[in-house]
Design a protein around this ligand. Structure first.
Ligand code: NDP
Length: 405
C-alpha cells in the first residue's frame, strides 16, 4: 500500500518498526533513518530475521540523517520518496521535519509536540502555526500519535462519538506498575522525561490553565492489573488540544504514577543541579547538566529484559447523554515482559510505538489524510480503536468506575 520514512531508532521507533513489519500489506517499504545508522542497521537485521524478506514482506532500507537539518531531510525524502514521514526522533526535531515535509509535499506524523531545546516548555502553538501551509500543500500532519498524547485523544473521540452528548470532565490516568530493579531510571528518553516531570503541573478548568507546583497534587488509585498506586498531577500536552476539541469540557487533568524511590532520587538530582538545562563550564568545555545525567543513566532501551509488571493507561469521562449523567472509563493494560518477548522493548516503548504505527497506517490507508495540521481526536476514532485491538493494545471499558476526587 505505501512507503514510510521513519526518523529515529530509539526505544519507541524500534516497536513501531516491528509493528510495520507485522502489517506488510500497509507498510510495503520502510526506510529507517537516524543519527546513529548502526542502530537502524541493527533493527533492520532483527526484523528481517523475525519477519522474513521477499515477496509479501516489508522491505527495509536504512540511512543516516541529522534531522536538525532541513536540507538533509529534503535530500533524503527526495531520494526515498515516502508517502509519509514518521517522526519518532525527539520533540526538538518536529519543526525541521515538518519543514522538510512541506517542501516535498509529504504527509507527516509524530508522537510528541515541539519543544525548543533551550527551554523546558512544550505547547502546540509552533506546530499549529503550520495549519494553513499544510492545507495549501494538500498534505496532512497528524500530531501526537503515541499513547499519551495519542490513544488518550482517540479514547476521548470514541467516548464523545458513542456514549456522550457532552463530556464535562476528563481524568487521564497513566500508571506504570513496572519494576526494572534500578533505584533510578526513566522509561523513555531521560532528558525529555525529566524535563516533563520537573516542570510545574497544570490542569485545564473553565477555559483557563490552573498552575500547580511540581508534584503538588497527589491522589491514590487502584489500577486494574497493577493495584493501589500514588499518582501526581502533571501538565501534559493533550490537555491543550482536548480543551479545544472536546465540546462542553469543564475540566481535564492528567495524573501519572511515580514510586517513592524515583521521586527521592529526582529531588536529590534537582537539589544538586543535575537536572538543569543551563550550560555550565566543565574542564574547558560547555556542558548541559541534564544531558550529562542522561549519559550516565541506563538507556531506556536496556530496561526491556529487566522490567516486570504492567502499565495501565486510560481516561475517565463524566458527562451527559440524553440528559442523564454518564461515567465511562476506558483503558489498556500492557505487560512489560510480554512486550519484551514480542518486540524486545518494555511496555512504555510498546504502548507508544504501536499507536505511532497505527497513526501512519490511518494516513496510508487514506482514512485520516485530510490536509492540514490535526490533533488525533479530530479524526474518526473507530478504525484506530479496531487496530489497537488487532495490534497488541486491547482496551477495556468500565461504565461504573471509581472517580478521582
Ligand atoms: P530515544 O532517545 O530512545 O530515541 C530517540 C531517537 O532519535 C534516537 O535513535 C536518536 O538517535 C534519534 N535522534 C535524536 N536526535 C536526532 C537527530 N537530530 N537526527 C536524527 N535522529 C535523531 O527516545 P524514545 O524512543 O524513548 O522516544 C521517541 C519519541 O517518543 C520522543 O519524542 C518522546 O518524547 C516520544 N514519546 C511519546 C510518548 C507518548 O505517549 N506520546 C511516550 C514516550 C515517548 P541517537 O541514537 O543517535 O541518539
Amino acid at each position: 500500500m505505501g512507503k514510510a520514512l521513519i526518523i529515529g531508532a530509539g526505544g519507541v521507533a524500534r516497536v513501531a518498526i516491528h509493528k510495520c513489519c507485522q502489517n506488510p500489506d500497509v507498510f510495503e517499504e520502510i526506510c529507517i533513518a537516524s543519527r546513529t545508522k548502526a542502530k537502524c542497521d541493527e533493527i533492520k537485521a532483527i526484523c528481517e530475521e523475525k519477519y522474513g524478506t521477499g515477496q509479501g514482506k516489508t522491505k527495509i532500507y536504512t540511512e543516516h540523517v541529522d534531522a536538525d537539518h532541513v536540507d538533509e531531510l529534503v535530500a533524503l525524502i527526495n531520494k526515498y520518496k515516502p508517502d509519509i514521514v514518521m517522526n519518532i526522533a525527539l520533540p526538538y526535531q518536529d519543526l525541521t521535519i515538518m519543514d522538510a515535509c512541506l517542501e516535498t509535499k509529504t504527509h507527516y506524523m509524530d508522537t510528541a509536540n515541539y519543544e525548543p531545546p533551550e527551554t523546558a516548555h512544550f505547547e502546540y502553538s509552533w506546530q499549529w502555526a503550520y495549519k494553513e501551509k499544510f492545507e495549501k500543500a494538500g498534505i496532512c500532519a497528524l500530531l501526537g500519535s503515541g499513547f499519551d498524547p495519542g490513544v488518550t485523544g482517540v479514547f476521548s473521540a470514541y467516548a464523545m462519538k458513542h456514549y456522550f452528548d457532552e463530556i464535562e470532565y476528563i481524568d487521564i490516568l497513566d500508571c506504570n506498575g513496572g519494576d526494572h530493579g534500578y533505584p533510578f531510571a526513566t522509561n523513555f528518553n531521560p532528558e525529555i522525561n525529566i524535563r516533563e516531570v520537573s516542570a510545574n503541573g497544570s490542569y485545564w478548568e473553565d477555559g483557563h490553565w490552573v498552575e500547580t507546583k511540581p508534584m503538588e497534587i497527589k491522589r491514590e488509585y487502584n489500577f486494574d492489573g497493577v493495584g493501589m498506586k500514588d499518582m501526581y498531577l502533571l501538565h501534559h500536552e493533550e490537555l491543550e488540544s482536548l480543551g479545544i476539541n472536546i465540546k462542553g469540557i469543564k475540566r481535564i487533568r492528567f495524573f501519572m504514577t511515580f514510586g517513592q524511590s524515583y521521586l527521592t532520587h529526582l529531588k536529590c538530582l534537582e537539589n544538586v543541579g543535575m537536572t538543569s538545562i543551563e550550560p555550565i563550564e566543565f574542564e574547558g568545555k560547555q556542558i548541559i547538566p541534564l544531558q550529562f545525567l542522561k549519559a550516565v543513566l541506563p538507556d531506556p532501551a536496556s530496561l526491556g529484559p529487566r522490567t516486570k509488571g504492567k502499565t495501565n493507561i486510560g481516561c475517565i469521562f463524566q458527562g451527559k447523554k440524553d440528559g442523564k449523567d454518564v461515567k465511562y472509563y476506558v483503558y489498556n493494560m500492557c505487560d512489560h515482559e510480554e512486550s519484551y518477548k514480542e518486540v524486545g522493548s518494555q511496555a512504555v516503548s510498546y504502548t507508544t510505538g504501536v499507536p505511532a504505527m497505527i497513526g501512519a497506517m490511518m494516513i496510508l490507508k487514506g482514512l485520516w489524510n485530510q490536509p492540514g495540521v490535526h490533533n488525533i481526536e479530530e479524526f474518526d476514532p473507530d478504525p484506530f480503536m479496531d487496530e489497537l485491538n488487532k495490534n497488541g493494545l486491547p482496551w477495556v471499558e468500565d461504565f461504573n468506575p471509581v472517580l478521582v476526587d
